[in-house]
Ligand binder design. Sequence first.
Ligand code: MRU
Length: 343
Amino acid sequence: MTIIDQTRLPLEEKFLSSKNYRDVCEWIKSLRIRGAPAIGIAAAYAAALAAFEFGSKGKIDPRLDGALGEIHQTRPTAVNIRNILARLRKLDLSGKVVGDVFLGEAHKILAEEVDSCRKIGRFGLELVPDEAVILTHCHTGGLATGGYGTALGIIRAAHEAGKRVMVIADETRPLLQGARLTAYELQKLGIDFKLIVDGASGIAMKKFKVDLVVVGADRIAANGDTANKIGTYNLSVLCKEHKIPFYIAAPSSSFDLAAKSGEDIPIEERNPDEVTHFRVAPSAPWRKFIMTLMGANCRSAPENISVYAPAFDVTPADNIAAFITERGIIRKPYLASIAKAVG
Ligand code: MRU
């Protein structure tokens, strides 16, 4: 399996390859591959690698079961990993080489996610006026999804349809997915954008007359409460104040109908170092040398302080104007409409 290391972007386009599922687990934990749909796809391929390694035949034997457990444990909030592993566990394995079955299913899942992104882009078009100013948070482009993007897929589809869009991209502290990855993809796509610090979203909404905010999701509960990158909830509240529609774009693999509300969604807490340190850019050789001496990070806060580092927050369903999925646009009342669309 080969991925581009997202932690190195945009300074370095470095590819990583491995046939060991443990490496894929490490890639997911360290965010070398990240974004809910992308880590779901990676989990499927990791499961296939584990099944080949253990020579599993006809059933999920105890060692493979343990490996699936390890893959499950990598990141807790994005439900895509859990949904996809549950899907693999339900496959008919009798008399078959499990690796072959899992690999076939992983290819299928990848193709479905690619198709979902395209459909999300098409359905989202009707919500984007011509000359729209669109604010987005974190990174929801091709690298984080099935190759076209979810929220960014809508922006991309609008751009391709000839609507003149301008994007305001939050940098997304602390790991800067917006600054590093959204800016990287938008620049490659030739879409007009401005990068802002997260705290500038209020003034940017006023100054640039933002028409809509669209973001992705890591887990959507049955009632529509949605976990997404930390800072998303704040944006939804700002949208209320400014009367701007706030949309979530996500494939059906990001829904968790077993979670009744946001209360049931586990929120990942990250290493406090991600908040107290800034990454040193590793592009130039001398910087790499300094990184080797100092470690990859530069401290920006005092030592021995208390830190709270949630990676996600939950936006209440009430703040969400609609969900854009590959099955169409889902509107309120969400309990019924979500169950109908993805149940
Ligand atoms: O911690 P990450 O970078 O994996 O988090 C991903 C997000 O929260 C993104 O905002 C995204 O919306 C969900 S995946 C397209």
